[in-house]
Design a protein around this ligand. Structure first.
Ligand code: NAD
Ligand code: 89Y
Length: 348
């Protein structure tokens, strides 16, 4: 059965969503892009024309006039709550970009609205869908390595991220909310839930409003620890934007994802190395291939879950735990204190 979708928000990142939906048409899940919407009329029309679908500037008119199964929200975080609640009121499933909302309280309200409407809400949390991350998770799942007791998840770059995403200059909460959210999700993906954290932030570039460096130390419920680091102020010897580098030490081995997708694995005394690069597509734009490829993977996962009735990996309910970490990072950075993370989030 072909699922009909509409994309709301036709800016920088939406193009990746649209290309991915179009590529997935060739697969069993065969989604149909029924419409696009952006309150910037020219932007909506340009993308609608390019992808050969009707365009709208008013989301509520689009939802009234178009037969849909789900909505794909690629607008900025400030718009997410309003749009998710609107979709839920139309009894439509929703896949929504990260961060689910600027505040945890909004994310909780959105989760509740979708649950009450009986619709799925999944967060487009794509970093865990990058090909090398899936390869690392598969190696852990095989069991021979044991579980990780130490992790380092590192994204340090001097890339001019403000060129494509100028709004990031103005966000009071920048690198943890925008990028750290992916890295914290990766920490949970590889190492489980967090018991406590400490976070140190810096603003190295004085012309931006938020923090452009964050160093986070996570104490995991398993007893392990994980260092998560994000920087857009670095001048690294080698620029790997937008690659995330990962090191995991486990009871019986170790895994290292280095630049250019070089994955090394030690299991007992045996060391193996391979390159886990994304498979190229004509619409990928350097250096973003690993991220663009992960958009296809997460959207494929969403379609397959909707069609089979399986629960997606990064439901809003799951993502609340990641957003609680984002929130805790800012509290820790402001106070200098270690912040304890409650095991159960209190929400209605
Ligand atoms: P953008 O500003 O380039 O585009 C957002 C678009 O949404 C704009 O065209 C704006 O007019 C439109 N919009 C906003 N509110 C709207 C509303 N209520 N109704 C209709 N249109 C509305 O932003 P972007 O860089 O494309 O980012 C969009 C989202 O994607 C953000 O949540 C961002 O964090 C996320 N993002 C994710 C990744 C990733 O790897 N997952 C990478 C970049 C951006
Ligand atoms: O918006 C961010 C994201 O989600 O991944 C990288 C990014 O584009 C810039 O930090």
């Amino acid at each position: 059965m072909s699922l009909r979708l509409a994309v709301i928000g036709c800016g920088y990142f939406a193009r990746n969503h649209l290309h991915a939906w179009r590529d997935l048409r060739g697969e069993e899940s065969a989604p149909e892009i029924a419409a696009v919407c952006d309150w910037d009329v020219a932007r909506a029309k340009a993308i609608g024309d390019e992808f050969g679908v009707p365009s709208f500037s008013d989301p509520s008119a689009m939802l009234r006039e178009t037969k849909l199964d789900f909505v794909d929200i690629a607008a900025g975080p400030a718009a997410h709550r309003h749009l998710v609640e609107m979709a839920a009121a139309h009894h439509l499933h929703v896949i929504c970009q990260k961060p689910l909302a600027p505040a945890l309280s909004d994310a909780i309200a959105m989760t509740t609205a979708c649950r009450n409407a009986g619709v799925h809400l999944m967060v487009h949390e794509n970093f865990r869908w990058q090909a090398p991350m899936r390869a690392m998770a598969a190696a852990l799942d095989e069991g021979a390595l044991g579980r990780p007791f130490y992790g380092r998840i590192s994204f340090r770059s001097g890339h001019d991220v403000y060129h494509d995403q100028p709004y990031l200059r103005h966000d009071e909460r920048f690198i943890i909310a925008d990028l750290g959210v992916h890295l914290l999700d990766l920490a949970r993906f590889f190492m489980g839930e967090v018991a406590a954290l400490h976070c140190h932030t810096q603003r190295v570039d004085p012309t931006i409003h938020g923090e452009d460096v964050a160093t986070i130390m996570l104490s995991m419920r398993s007893g392990g620890c994980c260092v998560v680091e994000a920087s857009y102020a670095s001048k690294p010897l080698q620029e790997y934007f937008p690659q995330t580098l990962v090191e995991l030490e486990t009871s019986r081995g170790s895994l290292r994802l280095a630049g250019d997708y070089e994955l090394s694995l030690r299991s007992g005394d045996q060391v193996t190395q391979r390159r886990v690069a994304p498979s190229p597509r004509p619409w990928f734009k350097a250096p973003g291939a690993v991220v663009q490829d992960s958009v296809i993977a997460i959207q494929r996962h969403w379609l397959s879950c909707l069609q089979s009735g399986r629960i997606p990996e990064t439901t809003a309910n799951d993502n609340l735990h990641t957003l609680a970490l984002v929130d805790a990072c800012y509290r820790s950075a402001a106070s200098g204190a270690v912040v304890q993370i409650p095991e159960h989030l209190e929400h209605p």
